[in-house]
Structures are given as structure tokens and as C-alpha cells.
Design a protein around this ligand. Sequence first.
Ligand code: NOJ
Length: 536
Amino acid sequence: MPTDRTAQWWRHAVVYQVYVRSFADGNGDGTGDIAGLRSRLPYLQRLGVDAIWVNPWYRSPLADGGYDVADYREIDERFGTTADAVDFIADARDHGIRVLVDLVPNHTSSEHRWFREAIAAPAGSAARQRYHFLDGRGDGGLPPNDWKSVFGGSAWTRVEDGQWYLHLFDESQPDLNWEHPQVVQEFDDVMRFWLDRGAAGFRIDVAHGLAKAPGYPDAGRDVNDGKATLDPVPYLDRDEIHPIVRRWRRVVDEYGDRMLVAEAWVDAARRPLYLRPDEYHQAFDFDLLSTHWSAAEFEAIIAESIRSAAAVGSDPTWVLSNHDVVRHATRYGLPADIDPSRWLLDGPHELLDEARGRRRARAAALLTFALPGSTYLYQGDELGLPEAWRLPTEVLQDPIWEDSGHTVKGRDGCRVPIPWEADGPSLGFGAVEGWLPQPPEFRTLAAAVQADDPDSTLVLYRRALRLRRDRLVGETGFDVLDLGRDVIAFRRGAGFTCVVNMGDDAIELPAGEVVLTSGPVDGVLLPPDTTAWLAS
Ligand code: NOJ
């Protein structure tokens, strides 16, 4: 194993997240696929990313966009074949890009062979032990406890013979029983399957799930009650998770420079537990996803992420958007007191300031690219795509829409097919209309429109990632500068300074040569909502 920090590629990697279904449609059926993704490798290489994380591409009913896996070793036929995936991983490597695959160990699809066997078998049978099947309360007609699904409603569904099974998400996603030795063994094998086929590692879904409290005690609260999801509940962030992670780490370490990144929605204070030297290499820092455009709030998160990761020998892992949240170009255009997910349905839509959102999104990108650690981009961030928040409810596919009883619109607005060209039935996504309609503003944001425009977000990202690679990779220094209350400023080593103006007035830039800015700059004055990189 390399010990040099620079050789540990994940520590400073720029990872590009691909939601395959919406990235590029190679076979003209309206759904993105591996052929489409492969054809865009030159684009990703030119953008300057080090790795791709591919959202689940396995055989699946797609009840939750593929986070309902029916077979962990087979690619869904809508996306291609397992051979296509293997060829793609090799081709990406030839383009200098590693591929992380998404592993979903908390639950399977209800179409998974194991769950079908469990349903067909009687209560108390061995087949049911791989999941959480329990008798109900009272005369059996009430769920075994008060646990709520993250998507809404009870976390229990009753089967024909009267027993109930647990699903922390949709009822089509039954939770696995991680105390069962076959479950444990199966995921070792699945990891080896993909590592043998060239995967650079895994993004682990619901890494804070897996273990459930013995005896299934009541939670006493609804995980969707609007309070921190992080207050302890008997089925999230339990200490029994960590031996499982240590086991995975041993498997991954057999293969050399592969890595594990945790999707763990836990309190920042608990995150380092997942990052201990024999556990995950990285855990997403999700705090910026729910942070207002405020220098004080950003600064506090940045300081805490750097400090807590360093305490366990890890590095921060910045995230501004992903396939589960309202895109940040839209989030930053909303007043601070608006909850973006509620706003989608019934908010005062006139309050959205799109231009401000775009400006801030560009400024935030340069900020995170300049910080120590690695950074994850979500497809379309580099085009400055906004949330497609006007999607009519009849096209929605996210199970949250149904499971919440039509009170939460869900995540489809950030999953709309990527615009590659200014024309065509799906703006170059494919030969026919995509599986979700694209909003009109996607036309001017298409990759081809931005490709040679020096002021475009795409060109800004390309420049920034090149500068980052040349100047910041391997740089361990990070010194905060005090340039005022509404300003985030820091130096990375001797020759590089980043300044972000999050206030309402222009500020004077410190000495140095301006090498990149997220928007127009007037001499030494840095306007609001703008980031500058300086060499000195
Ligand atoms: C987290 C994934 O990012 C999300 O898309 C999915 O719905 C849940 N985990 C359940 O797998």
C-alpha cells in the first residue's frame, strides 16, 4: 500500500457522479446507458476529473432509480450488459479515469431472489432470516414497532401470512439482516466481483444503516419529523456497523489502491468514527448541502470538516449537489428561510433569483475546488444546471412522491437528462425524448453551447480543475485569512490564495495575480457572490 499522501489518489480526487439513467442515451430508448456514458469519456477527460462514481446500474425494477437491486452481479438490460460495464471500466482507465461503483448493502429489491424466496417460505423459515420479518403487535394487525420509512409512512409492510417485513425506504426495498452470515459473506463476494473487474472502489449506500437495535425497540419519533435526522434512532448510526466496515476494508485492501466512500448521514461529530484508519477512506461531508449562503456557516463547517477528518488521518470530501437534493444553482437562488424541498411544491416561486443562484454556484465550486481534500461533482454541475422544479406531477418517478402521500415532490428535478446539444428531441441526450422532460432553460446550458464560450460554467470548471491539478494537488497547507465578516479567505501553501465574497458589498482583493474568478471582477474589487483565485 502506498503511504505517500499524494499517491493515495482519493485524498485529492475530483470525482464526477454519473446518474446513468440521465447522463447519455446510447441506444435511443429514452434512458441513459453505459454506451452513452462511454461515448462521453473524452468529455469527462477534458473536464479533468480523476474518477467517476456510477449510481447503481444493476438489474433492478428501478422503483428507486436502481437503489433497489435485484442482482448485484448483473447490469440492468436498460443500461447494457455486464461485459459493457467491464469494457467501460477499462476504457475509462485508458482515459485516466477510475470508476467507483455504488454498493447498496442496507436493502435489496423485493425482486431479489432472496426476498422472493423469503415471501414464498413460511414464517420462521431460514429464508426469512436474511431480512427482518416479525409478527405484528396486538393481534398482529399493527406493525411491530413505530419505525418510519425515510420516504414516509411506516417502515413495515405486511405479507399475506400476516408477518411484517422492515424497509427503511420504499416497501420495494426490504432491509437485509446484517447478523446473518450469508448476508455478510455475499457482500464480500460482490465486492470481489467488481474489484476483479477493475472497479476502483465503492460508494456505500446508507452506510449509517445496516445494523438494527436488538429487540426492535420503538424509536419514539418519526425520522422525518423535521428535527435533525441525526437524533439517535434504533436503526441508524449504530456502533455494530463498524465491524462490518472493517471487514470490507480488509477485502478492499487486498486489491491495493482501491477505496471506500461512505454515504453516512450522521452528525459531523460521529463522522470520524467511519473514517478510522481501518474503516472508510472517505465519508461525504454533507453539511454544505443544508448550509445557507453565509460566510460564518460555511467557515464553521469547513473548519470542523478539516479538523475532524485530520484527527483520524483522513481528508474532507466536499459535496455541493447530488442526485438526492435540489441542485445548488437553485438552492442558492432561494431566500435562506425557504426549505428547498417544500418550495418545489407550493413555495412562493417568485422568490427564486436564478441569476444569483448561478453566480453563487460558480463561486461555491471554486471554493470547494480550492479546499484541501477531495470533491465530488454531480453531473450537470459543470453546466450550471438548475433544478427542473416545474416537473408536472404526472411524470414523477421518485417513490417519495407516492410514499409521502403527495406531500413531497421528491428528487426527480435533479435527475433530468443532461442537455448535450441545443437541439434535438432531448437536446442531444439521445435520439428520442428522455425519460423526464427537460426544462426550456436547458437549451442554452447545453454542453455544446458552453464548450467554447470563455465565460461559460463549463469552461470555468475545466480551467479550475486544471489549475487545481497543477497547483494544489499535494499541497497540505491551509491557512485562514481574516478579510472581514462576510469573506472566506485562505492560503494554500506559499503561492495560492482563495477569496470568496459572500457579503452584499464588493471587497478589496489582497495582493497577488488573479488567476481565475467565478465572475467578472472590477480591478482589485471582488463583487458579491464571487470567488477569486490568486497566485502570489
Ligand atoms: C441513498 C441514495 O442516495 C438514495 O438515492 C436512495 O433513495 C437511498 N439511499 C436508498 O437506497
